[in-house]
Design a protein around this ligand. Sequence first.
Ligand code: SF4
Length: 239
Amino acid sequence: MITVEERAAELYEVIRSCTMCALAETRNHAVPGEGPVPAEVMCIGEAPGVNEDKQGRPFVGAAGKFLEELLAAGGLQRDEVYICNVLKCRPPGNRDPMPAEIEACAEYLDLQIDMVDPLVIVTLGRFSMSRWFPQQAISRIHGSVREFDGRLVVPMYHPAAALHQQNLRDVLLSDFHQLPAILERARVGRLPALATNVAKEEPVSMAKPALKVLPSESEPNALQPAPEGAQPGQIRLFE
Ligand code: SF4
């Protein structure tokens, strides 16, 4: 029987020779992702940059160094975490990913999430965030936690966006400081208990209405009715 590591290696080989979108013509190296499989925490960024394209590894260079600092703030070492991007090949000039490229590459990310089977997914930047939180503003929802299909998903800013903005660095550090508590919540299985009382969210195409869960001042993390004007399908465990 094939092991999960062998499955990952096979997937990486497929990605390295993929020609399913035009980025194959301009890349030097596809960047499948790296880290243990399975892993409790999975970080998903946007797309390889110039250094990643050269080395075939995700989050190297200054953004990668800052990500390691952020992970340490969350009590994690880089080699404990699975790290990948929405796109596996670099868009020329580091332009934004295009919808057709994201769609072409989406199945690889699906397979990686299935393989890694994380308790907590940290989205880094708006392109990975929009997979679970379409039409949302990262400035409004960063650091909040919601459940999708049995996993906790936490949107955060991209480390590269914060490299030259001290205020964003502080925001990211503060959000990553929450990770141990979020992970502990996922580990001890309190979420399944909550999930018996609220509808779970599912990925964008299958979104369905649910309650919103907000912490009460007197009773942190207690279930509360959805406030007026709440978005359907939101479950927020931490503010
Ligand atoms: S970005 Fe994704 S879909 Fe496009 S060529 Fe690279 S691996 Fe294939």
